[in-house]
Design a protein. Structure first.
Length: 474
C-alpha cells in the first residue's frame, strides 16, 4: 500500500504514478496486520508461542506482497485511524504486558497511553489541520510523560540491557574502555558490551544528566517524532497537498507508534531501537531535501550504534539518489566512529560485538523460526539455512531497488522487510527488533506523494542531490 494518498482519511485521492491500483481491502489489511503483529509482540515478552511466530510471518508476507505489487493507498475510511488507535489502547490493557512497573506507576503509565489513544482518536475522527497537529502534539507529550513515569516508577529494571548501558555510560565518563569490563549486578550478560559504541555515546547524557539512560532514549524518541513531522512536509516535486494532509501524514504514524501495543515494555526495558529509527528518519529527511551527503551523518551514527543496520547498506549502494559513493562514505564514517574502541582493544571489541553474538546460546522465548525448530523439535537450524533466508530477502530487495529506483517511502519499507526477514530466522529476536520494522513502515507513510508529470510516467525516485528540483504542478 504505497503511501501516495494526499490525505489518508479522505474518501478519494489522486494516483501518483505507482504500478498498481488500490483495492479497498489494502488499507484495511495494513491496519489489521499492524494491530495483529504489535498485539502478539506485546504478548511475546517473555514467552514463545507458535501463533506469535505465525502472525509475524504473516506480517512479513503481507509486507512482501505490498512491496511486490506496489499497491497505492489512495483512500482510507475516516473511521480507520481512530479505530486503530482505540484498538491499540484496548490491546495494551487486555493482552499480558511485561513490565517491572507496579501499582500506581503501572496504572499511571497505562492511563497516559490511554489518554493519548482516546484523545488522538477523537481529534482524528473529523480532522482539520489544527486537530491533526493537536493529535501529534498530544502523542509526543504523552510519550514523554509515559517515559518519565516508567523511569521514575522503575528506577532499576532487572534487565542486562539497562545495567550495561548505565555502567558503560559511567565508564565512558571516566575515559575507560567499556568493552574491557565486567558488569555489577547484571541479571544476564556479565562481561561483554554487545552494542556498537555509539549506543553508549548517544545515550550516556541521559545517565550523566538525569541518572538514567532512559531519559536519553526518550529524547531520541522525540527526535524521531520531529523527524516524522519534517518528513511529512512537501518538497518541490511532490504532488499538490494541503496543510490538513501534511499534518495528518505526521500525526497518523506518530500517534500509532506512541500507543502501539508493547510500547510501555519497550520504554521500561531501555531498548534502544528508537535511537536507530531516529537516525534513519533523519537520513530520509535529508535525502528528500536534497542533502544526501549530509544524510550520511545520521545514517553512520545509527550504523555505529547497532550491527544489523549493515544489512541496509547494499540497498543504499544500489539506490541512485544515495548511490555507491555515499554508501561507501557511510561505511567509512561508521568505521571512523567505532575505531577508537576497536583500536583500544581489538580482541575485546570483536569478542563483544561479533563472536559472542554468533556463538551465544539461543534464548528460548525469542519468537523466531529458529527457536520454533529448537523448542518444538529439538533441531538446530544450520547457519546456511538461516543465511539463505536472509540473503534471499536481501537479494530480492536489492534486485527490485536497483530495477525500480523507488521513492524514499518504498525504500523504507524494503528496509523493514529485510530486517523483518532476518529477525524471523534469528536465534535472538524480540519485541524491540520487530518494533523497528514496524516503525519503518509507519515512517514510510509520512512521505508525501510524488507529482505525476504525465500519464504513464513513473516518478518513484528522489532527485539526486545537487540536481535541479522538478517543477511543482500548479
Amino acid at each position: 500500500m504505497r503511501s501516495t494518498a494526499a490525505d489518508p482519511t479522505s474518501p478519494a485521492t489522486r494516483p501518483t504514478g505507482s504500478t498498481s491500483t488500490t483495492t479497498g481491502y489494502a488499507v484495511l489489511a495494513l491496519a489489521a496486520l499492524w494491530l495483529a503483529c504489535l498485539g502478539v509482540l506485546q504478548w511475546s515478552v517473555v514467552r514463545f508461542r507458535l501463533p506469535i511466530v505465525l502472525t509475524l510471518t504473516l506480517g512479513a508476507v503481507g509486507l512482501g506482497i505490498w512491496l511486490w505489487r506496489r499497491t497505492e493507498i489512495r483512500s482510507a475510511p475516516p473511521w480507520l485511524v481512530p479505530v486503530v488507535l482505540l484498538a491499540s489502547v484496548a490491546t495494551t490493557w487486555a493482552v499480558p504486558l511485561f513490565s517491572y512497573l507496579r501499582g500506581g506507576s503501572l496504572t499511571a503509565a497505562l492511563v497516559a497511553l490511554s489518554v493519548v489513544g482516546t484523545g488522538a482518536a477523537a481529534l482524528l475522527v473529523q480532522p482539520s489541520a489544527a486537530r491533526a497537529r493537536t493529535a501529534y502534539g498530544l502523542a509526543v507529550l504523552g510519550h514523554v510523560v509515559t517515559a518519565a513515569i516508567a523511569t521514575i516508577g522503575d528506577p532499576a529494571p532487572r534487565i542486562d540491557v539497562w545495567v550495561t548501558l548505565q555502567q558503560a555510560s559511567d565508564a565512558l565518563a571516566r575515559g575507560e574502555n567499556f568493552y574491557d569490563m565486567s558488569w555489577t549486578d547484571s541479571p544476564g550478560i556479565q562481561d561483554a558490551f554487545t552494542y556498537l559504541p555509539w549506543t553508549t555515546v548517544l545515550l550516556a547524557p541521559g545517565r550523566w544528566l538525569g541518572g538514567d539512560v532512559r531519559w536519553a532514549i526518550a529524547f531520541w524518541s522525540v527526535v524521531l517524532f520531529v523527524g516524522i513531522w519534517a518528513l511529512a512536509r512537501p518538497r518541490p516535486g511532490d504532488a499538490p497537498t494541503s496543510a490538513r494532509a501534511t499534518a495528518l501524514r505526521a500525526a497518523v504514524p506518530v500517534t500509532a507508534l506512541v500507543v502501539a501495543p508493547g510500547t510501555l515494555t519497550q520504554v521500561d526495558q531501555a531498548w534502544t531501537e528508537p535511537l536507530l529509527a531516529a537516525g534513519l528518519v533523519w537520513w530520509a529527511v535529508l535525502v528528500r531535501r536534497g542533502h544526501a551527503w549530509w544524510a550520511v551523518v545520521p545514517l553512520a551514527l545509527a550504523c555505529a550504534s547497532k550491527q544489523h543496520l549493515a544489512l541496509l547498506l547494499p540497498l543504499l549502494l544500489l539506490w541512485r539518489p544515495f548511490g555507491p559513493r555515499r554508501a561507501v562514505a557511510t561505511g567509512a564514517l561508521t568505521g571512523v566512529l567505532i575505531a577508537p574502541w576497536f583500536l583500544a582493544s581489538p580482541s575485546d571489541f570483536v569478542h563483544d560485538t561479533v563472536t559472542l553474538l554468533v556463538g551465544f546460546h539461543p534464548i528460548r522465548f525469542a519468537n523466531t523460526w529458529y527457536l520454533y525448530f529448537l523448542n518444538e523439535h529439538g533441531v538446530t537450524l544450520p547457519f546456511w539455512v538461516t543465511g539463505l533466508v536472509v540473503l534471499g530477502a536481501l537479494g530480492v530487495a536489492a534486485w527490485l531497488v536497483a530495477r525500480r529506483q523507488p521513492g524514499v517511502d518504498e525504500l523504507l519499507r524494503w528496509f523493514a522487510f529485510v530486517l523483518l526477514a532476518a529477525n524471523l530466522v534469528n536465534k535472538q529476536a524480540f519485541y524491540n527488533q520487530y518494533w523497528l520494522s514496524a516503525a519503518l513502515v509507519a515512517i514510510s507513510l509520512a512521505v508525501p506523494p510524488r507529482a505525476r508529470p504525465g500519464r504513464g510516467a513513473d516518478v518513484t525516485s528522489e532527485r539526486p542531490a545537487g540536481s535541479a528540483p522538478p517543477a511543482t504542478p500548479s
